[in-house]
Design a protein around this ligand. Sequence first.
Ligand SMILES: [Fe+2]
Length: 329
Amino acid sequence: MASVQVLTATSVPTYTTSLRVEEPLVKYRQIHPTFGAEATADFSQITQDLVDEIKRGLAKYGVLVFRKTGLDDARHVEMSHLFGDLDDIAPFVNGLGQKNRLSSDYLFDVGNVNPDNTVMQPGGMRDLLLRCNYHFHADSAFNPRRAGVSLLLAHELPPEELGGDTEFADTRSAYESLSPERKEEINDWVVMNSQLQCRRNANTDENGVINPLLATDEFDPMKHRFGKHKLPRIAAHAHHVQGMDVDEGQKKLKELLEYVDNPKFTFRVKWQDPGDLVVWDNTCVLHRAIPGGYAGKYKRDLRRTTVHDMGPQAWGLNEVGATWRSGLD
Ligand SMILES: [Fe+2]
């Protein structure tokens, strides 16, 4: 019979000096084989150290999903400032006379709540414009300075079974999976991005007929300025490729978008509770909202802060320092 060593109080080694084990500021659990993580952190203390760790997590995973953070508008904005320069909606409020129902111009209202706090009804102009969000895109690719990190916070959610997920696509691994020839072909493409392109496409029927409300010059991408950026961050705002026949460029861009729209490169986040926060890096992932049966019935109140890209590619091929915004020029 094998003997079993019994550790008694006297045989257990003791340490006279205590080893202090630092708790990590953020813990991660990977979601998809190539990207994305469910992450946990204590948001009661918002510090630069915490934000720096989230940035490190983003560099690795591209998308981080935090549950029940307890953040409100003010702390959402406060934390976002620690990521870098923030984009703001003031040009849209001032330029289009839109009413901002939220407390800060740093909060982008991407939910379906009207300024009078009622649920937005399908078919109105705001609904038509927000349909663009159902297509894979990177935030602000249409502006001269592109977005880096986006932080999307849930305030009120529809019943889970009625949809409204957010889906992400890993453009880093999609790009890496391309053949050397294909990479060579697309590397130097300068893509002409327009917010209007996405808005029109999202409201074009199967016969190519644009909703008459958007078939005006006001919504014609060719009558406005484009945000010019290199290809690997484009998607639904991409109108055409500089120097290439417009139709041919659009066909090739569509092929690439269809290539990335594959479970090999994508996963969906189910929003569960108010306070859920999803943070992503627009320079390496695309995202889109998934429509659902909640539309017109339940609020899906999500608010986003958008951090400008702080890196050397931020301005793409646009004039550094330009302040115009796509659709307002
Ligand atoms: Fe977006």
